[in-house]
Design a protein around this ligand. Structure first.
Ligand code: HEM
Length: 231
């Protein structure tokens, strides 16, 4: 006689988050559907693969990283191909999130001191929509950076096809852009995990709690729930 394995009940929020977003399911709100999450994690994974294969090519200080992939010559082959996938995934990310990432006029001050005030929890803005100004700027910086890395990387892939002065510019651009990426990523990972508990779940389950949305993105909360009361 076979023993039936107990079924875990379907988690309605997770099931809904496969296709939909910006909808309320019980005490949760779907923030990122499956396609968005898949694209985001492809960008993240390929970025780290580029970093791990690129750093040993950049300087022998990081030569130990090459052993993860079977040596420096393997890294030289793999790195540009990881770069191509990173660029394609970044392009998909760009079109997936473009509509939500248009900067509004009152968000321009994120280019100034507001970003630092935000890091010190000194901002209190009840008009923050699905993304705040800092997240939007990060999105635009990542998109622009991906283009910079790709174009300069192409030149470095086929060095004999281009004039020397252009190659020197390509090396500078590639190095400058990846350093900016790596530094900004430290803040991005901090903000997406430890700094704001509940945010990471939006990129794994796809959902956030109502309280999280009301606290961090009050206008988005009002739009999605229809709740008109100001916080
Ligand atoms: C591996 C570590 C990473 C973690 C833990 C992480 C976490 C997250 C989380 C939780 C969100 C959603 C934020 C929200 O819904 O409010 C997000 C959004 C985003 N991620 Fe990542 N991410 C990582 C890597 C990356 C990488 C490597 C890139 C690009 C190179 C990237 C680009 C973005 C962008 C453009 C957004 C939307 C804007 C924003 O929320 O800041 N992420 N990430």
């Amino acid at each position: 006689m076979s023993v039936a394995t107990p079924h875990r009940p379907m988690d309605l929020a997770v099931v809904t988050a496969r296709e939909k977003e910006d909808v309320v399911v019980g005490n949760e709100i779907v923030r990122h559907n499956r396609a968005s999450r898949l694209i985001h994690w492809t960008v993240a994974a390929t970025f780290f693969l580029c970093l791990l294969t690129g750093m040993p090519i950049w300087t022998p200080v990081f030569g130990w990283m090459a052993h993860l992939f079977g040596g420096l010559s393997v890294c030289r082959v793999l790195h540009p191909w990881f770069g191509v996938v990173f660029f394609l995934a970044s392009g998909a990310l760009f079109f997936q999130w473009l509509l939500d990432m248009r900067l509004e006029s009152n968000e321009r001050d994120w280019l100034g001191p507001k970003a630092f005030q935000y890091m010190r929890y000194q901002t209190d803005d009840s008009d923050v929509g699905k993304y705040n100004g800092g997240q939007k700027l990060y999105f635009w910086a990542v998109s622009l950076g991906a283009i910079g890395l790709f174009l300069s990387g192409l030149l470095m892939w086929f060095p004999r096809a281009f004039p020397r002065v252009l190659m020197e510019f390509a090396y500078l651009l590639h190095d400058f852009t990846f350093i900016c990426f790596a530094v900004s990523l430290v803040f991005h990972i901090y903000l997406g995990t430890a700094a704001e508990p509940g945010t990471f779940g939006s990129m794994t389950r796809g959902t956030v709690t109502r309280n999280w949305a009301r606290l961090h993105h009050p206008r988005w909360y009002r739009e999605v729930t229809g709740d008109k009361s100001r916080k």
